[in-house]
Design a binder for this molecule. Structure first.
Ligand SMILES: Nc1nc2c(ncn2[C@@H]2O[C@H](COP(=O)(O)OP(=O)(O)O)[C@@H](O)[C@H]2O)c(=O)[nH]1
Ligand SMILES: [Mg+2]
Length: 194
């Protein structure tokens, strides 16, 4: 079953501005340009729900969307390549950590990584930090249409190995927004966390 309805709710600069609601929040995080906005649009069957943009690292707010009147999809700002000052980056980092550590509504963090690239330290560090803080997450590999079936399988295996080396268990799932592959399965995994 796919998403039926999706609508933008609000943008929050920090945890104090998050919605006053008990709905489970499923968050999407990842480095700039990983395909986060495109995946959110594909998953929700919308063209412009999340803005795809060519200026990476611009959105610094936590964006909330109401999905099927039953859960909140949360678009977290992309990390890496942020074209903002160190001071602004520090302020934002703090706001994100505060949200992730204290927001009880969080059900799952989908950490997006580009299937074409080797696991990056910034992604693995973030996953380790989530695991240490007992925040549930899964790895969502993006843009699988850009690599062969063989490489897709080895990308999944590589992430599973990296995680088990850190003693972490988390789902690793392959998607392509362009080819709409893996989206129903992703939705099913998300629903199991709601
Ligand atoms: N081939 C392919 N390209 C994609 C896919 N998802 C996103 N892209 C492209 O990757 C670039 C960054 O996408 P965007 O969603 O804006 O990334 P964000 O910065 O993580 O939100 C854009 O040029 C997209 O068209 C995909 O599944 N397959
Ligand atoms: Mg984006």
């Amino acid at each position: 079953m796919s998403v039926k309805t999706a609508k933008f709710l609000l943008s929050a600069p920090d945890i104090s501005h998050c919605p006053d609601s008990d709905l489970t929040e499923i968050c999407f995080a990842g480095r700039s340009n990983v395909g986060k906005s495109t995946l959110i649009n594909a998953l929700t069957n919308q063209k412009k729900l999340a803005k795809t943009s060519n200026t990476p690292g611009k959105t610094r707010d936590i964006n909330f969307f109401l999905i099927d009147d039953t859960w909140h999809l949360v678009d977290l700002p992309g990390y890496g390549y942020a074209k903002v000052s160190k001071k602004e980056q520090a302020r934002w980092q703090k706001a994100l950590e505060e949200y992730l550590l204290n927001r009880e509504q969080i059900g799952l963090i989908c950490v997006l990584v580009d299937s074409r690239h080797e696991p990056q330290d910034s992604d693995l560090d973030f996953m380790y930090w989530l695991a240490m803080n007992e925040i549930p997450f899964m790895v969502v590999l993006t843009k699988s249409d850009k690599i062969s079936k063989n490489k897709q399988q080895s990308a999944v295996a590589l992430f599973k190995r990296e995680l088990s080396a850190m003693n972490i268990e988390a789902p690793v799932h392959q998607t392509s927004s362009s080819h709409r592959t893996g989206l129903d399965e992703l939705h099913a995994i998300i629903e199991s966390f709601i």
